[in-house]
Design a binder for this molecule. Structure first.
Ligand code: ADP
Ligand code: MG
Length: 356
């Protein structure tokens, strides 16, 4: 029968995308400046993530794949001031339960040799051995869902689409992560290994976007830099007396949005599906309402159906809640209504002022 562990693990690792998300976030949390993701057979056979980050400390070997073990949170208070992607200690444990994930190779920057760690399905450390390895960590996930036949079948059926979803997510991480080199490849059976995309260690997101989508993409983009005033009485045009009503010292009422968006020129629109990336404090997120607001403004100016959007919303850590879904992709914005209103207004102003 299916263990409780397996069932719970299914909440963090729901698909190919969540595997890649968890592994790449672990690499970023480890301070990696180079991340290589290698798929075999679109991820059906294996997903391998290699980084040059801090490596895993020997004292953590026994525990990293146990449920709820994390080296990233020292007190519960840390949750509110979260700076790392991970904090639940569920990813490695879930991967042990749901895939033939047994092997991690790791070497600390100051470690003399690499260590190969092998785990049991329960997450218990089975054994270690000394191997040659570069500093950093390599994790291989083989045959995802091998022990859940229904999910495995479903994955086999939909893997092309799933793989494209994974690429879209990896694009987002690669575009937002300045100073981090990404390389993503796929090896199909009996075929050649193809490079899906690769970025350099760029100093800014614009060069990341050029690496991921091609330099030509930049021609159609303009920089986005908005300061949104969430308190309507504080916006330009409000009467002075209304303005005095607001709590101006409260910094959390102002939100900055920075990035790159399609140039709002009527008639120049080109379809750019899957190129809408939203971030909260540089964390790729699903924010359907925010995406909708962008699309609506473009539409109302008769510009294009599906603009390129790369927007990083910078918020106070107490202005949102990442703890909503196990995969942490769905974020709850406390002030969403005010933010959406203010965003649409600011975009409309930007488009009106644009020289057409
Ligand atoms: P979390 O990220 O929530 O802490 P995970 O299950 O994703 O939980 O990882 C468990 C632990 O394994 C991490 O806290 C970290 O100590 C270690 N770890 C995982 N991946 C890496 C990596 N690529 N580099 C260094 N340490 C890692
Ligand atoms: Mg993690």
């Amino acid at each position: 029968g299916r263990s409780v562990h397996q069932i719970q693990s299914g909440q963090v690792i729901v698909d190919l995308q969540s595997v890649c998300k968890e592994l790449v976030e672990n690499s970023l949390d480890a301070g990696a400046t180079s991340i290589e993701v290698r798929f075999k057979n679109n991820g059906l056979d294996s997903i391998e993530v290699q980084d040059n980050g801090s490596g895993i400390a020997p004292e953590d070997f026994e525990t990293i794949a146990l449920k709820h073990y994390t080296s990233k949170l020292s007190t519960y208070d840390d949750l509110s001031a979260l700076t790392t992607f991970g904090f639940r200690g569920e990813a490695l444990s879930s991967l042990c339960a749901l895939s033939k994930f047994h092997i991690v190779t790791t070497r600390a920057a100051d470690g003399p040799k690499g260590t190969k760690l092998e785990f049991e399905q329960s997450g218990k450390l089975k054994g270690t051995s000394v191997v040659a390895a570069k500093p950093g960590t390599t994790i291989v996930v083989e045959t995802l869902f091998h022990n859940l036949p229904v999910r495995r079948k479903e994955l086999e059926k939909t893997v092309k689409r799933e793989y494209n979803k994974v690429l879209a997510l990896l694009h987002a991480y690669a575009c937002i992560s300045t100073g981090v080199k990404f390389s993503v490849s796929n090896q199909v059976p009996k075929g050649k290994k193809t490079i899906a995309f690769a970025t350099n260690s760029n100093p800014n997101t614009k060069e990341n976007i050029a690496n991921v989508y091609g330099t030509r993409t930049l021609i159609a983009l303009v920089p986005l830099s908005l300061t949104l005033e969430l308190d309507p009485s504080n916006r330009p045009g409000a009467t002075q007396s209304a303005r005095n009503w607001s709590t101006e010292e409260d910094g959390s009422r102002t939100v900055k949005v920075a990035g790159h968006i399609s140039r709002p020129v009527v008639g120049e629109g080109r379809q750019t599906p899957d190129r809408q990336m939203l971030f909260v404090n540089s964390r790729p997120c699903l924010l359907p309402q925010v995406a909708k607001a962008f699309n609506e403004v473009y539409k109302s100016f008769n510009v294009m159906q599906s603009p390129f959007i790369f927007a990083n919303i910078k918020l106070d850590t107490n202005a949102y809640d990442v703890n909503v879904s196990p995969d942490k992709r769905t974020i709850l914005l406390h002030d969403q209504t005010a933010l959406l209103e203010s965003l649409k207004e600011a975009l409309a102003n930007l488009f009106e002022g644009h020289d057409q």
